[in-house]
Design a protein around this ligand. Structure first.
Ligand code: MG
Length: 348
């Protein structure tokens, strides 16, 4: 089998947030072959990511055998090294890598979970992310919740967070799990103060309390915190995760398969983290692109709910009663309707 084309667009996602998640939003990558099979993957970087695919990665992959995905990943990384390593170039590679894995599954009529040695018939527990108090319907549908705390600012952010956490715990009761997410907004002093103040609220983890590159801050935080620290949503490649794992700077690693380098890197991150006795909980792991790895590789699976505006990816299994289950469709099982996929202007 040979690759005949590598295409990328940024599909319009009308309800995506008015921030980088739209301007540099998720891209669809399609890898066509002379066998008539097309593999699909989702990467990131918006039109900048599309440009990397169209001008660098496509030329590298045309006429190549798509099967040795890991070798092709190394070559894509080497080809983008001068301007890549992290960020948009790796987001683009992620989409291509996922499309190649999708092809690998389709070529042998096997779901990606099966390629990884796993099964598709498992019920995988999920959690959902909240920006506000949970509704009654959400309490019925989900068993675990993560609260975003970006709104807790002002003169005394620590007090605002503590109030929000206590209110959430009261609303959820003891039977629902609760996690919190600071999205890199705190400094060390704030993180330490919050961690101490909420120890009695049964919080499962504190996510991204510090900026992703504040490794010294994470060292100090890990020395003093008793609540597990989660992070890695904004880190790239298995090499990038190495210091986080080797120094145990996070208790829970959260790579995003659509921008950390794709499944090839997620598999390596799982291997390193599990060997170190750390947990992996991929960012938005309930989306098809990460769910196969969660199902196949994770001894303690917990899949985060996906992005509601990613409606252009069909075939996404629903979350019901707090769990999700894969289908038996080959590859990732995504259903892409290319004929009805308006693209952001400038896509090629
Ligand atoms: Mg997060």
């Amino acid at each position: 089998m040979r690759i005949t084309d590598v295409r990328a667009i940024q599909p319009v996602a009308p309800n995506s947030p008015n921030d980088w998640r739209t301007s540099l939003g998720q891209i669809l990558v399609a890898v066509d072959t002379d066998a008539g099979l097309t593999g699909y993957g989702v990467g990131g970087g918006g039109l900048a990511g599309v440009h990397v695919v169209a001008t660098v990665l496509r030329d590298l992959l045309l006429e190549r055998d798509p099967d040795p995905v890991e070798q092709l990943w190394d070559q894509m990384y080497a080809h983008t090294l001068a301007f890549g390593q992290k960020g948009i170039a790796i987001m683009a590679i992620s989409g291509v890598d996922l499309a190649l894995w999708d092809l690998r599954g389709k070529a042998c009529d096997t779901p990606v979970a099966g390629l990884l040695g796993g099964r598709t018939d498992l019920e995988i527990p999920t959690y959902t992310t909240l920006w506000d108090d949970p509704t009654d319907a959400q309490l019925d549908q989900h068993r675990a919740f993560k609260m975003h705390l970006e709104r807790c600012t002002g003169e005394d952010p620590v007090a605002a967070v503590v109030t929000a956490v206590r209110r959430a715990r009261e609303r959820l009761g003891a039977e629902h799990q609760l996690m919190i997410d600071a999205w890199m907004r705190w400094d060390l002093e704030t993180a330490l103060a919050v961690e101490q103040a909420i120890r009695g609220s049964a919080v499962e983890w504190i996510e991204e309390p510090l900026p992703a590159d504040d490794l010294q801050g994470y060292r100090q935080l890990q020395n003093q915190a008793s609540i597990p620290i989660a992070g890695g949503e904004h880190e790239f490649t298995a090499a990038g995760f190495r210091p986080l794992i080797d120094e145990r700077l996070h208790d829970i690693l959260q790579p995003d398969v659509c921008w950390c380098g794709g499944l090839t890197q997620l598999v390596q991150i799982y291997e390193s983290a599990l060997a170190a006795g750390l947990r992996v909980c991929p960012h938005r792991g309930a989306e098809l692109w990460g769910l196969h790895a969660v199902a196949a590789l994770d001894p303690q699976p917990l899949a985060e709910s996906g992005r509601p505006w990613m409606t252009w990816v069909g075939g996404q299994p629903p979350i019901q009663d707090g769990v999700i289950r894969l289908t038996d469709r080959p590859g990732f099982g995504a259903v892409i309707d290319e004929d009805n996929l308006p693209a952001v202007s400038g896509s090629c």
